[in-house]
Design a protein. Sequence first.
Length: 238
Amino acid sequence: MNEAISTLKQWIDASDNIVFFGGAGVSTESGIPDFRSVDGLYNQHYRYPPETILSHTFFMAQTAEFYRFYRDKMLCLTAKPNAAHRKLAEWEQQGKLRAVVTQNIDGLHQAAGSKEVLELHGSVLRNYCMRCHKPYDVRDIQKGTGVPKCACGGTIKPDVVLYEEGLDGDILRRSVEYIAAADILIIGGTSLAVYPAAGLIDYYRGDKLVLVNKTATPADRRADLVIHGAIGEVFSQL
Ligand SMILES: [Zn+2]
């Protein structure tokens, strides 16, 4: 165990107010591609870049093409939680961790057993009719082809925050509250390059800001502890 991981373990052992903020890197170790990373979807061939397809405008204008990409690239329903998801759920059960704030939309934290999960970008597991708001299971979306339709004739939309769409105000407010009150804030698997990650950490007032990421991030110099490594590998040592 290296020195930084040993320090983090000591902090965690002594805390009952940990908050975790996670990005795509938490899920890539479960086999879910990060479309912003070099190995991610950018290197795969589609007629439009992922950020165009995953926008509100595109969803409304070319719904069938959105769903072709979405079913192909965004629904990874066979993915399983990894060591990082499991450790976070364990800390919550032990009364050490208060909340997981995540940018991921795969539901893997809940699959690992976490209860207080604030999904900033929504979840592929929830879907609803845009007309009558009837909820639909993700399997209803996955099994079909073309545009999934409700019995009422409305189009079914994933409860996922697309580009151009705003974040849920209540989830954002609760995330800020947890982060502002946290003893330890661990940020993992995100480059902190995108909104709202960079802004949210500004609410943290403690002196144990921990960054765990494969590569350096703009926030490294603000952190009290930086661990460069795969998050599942790091967490399995804690
Ligand atoms: Zn409907």
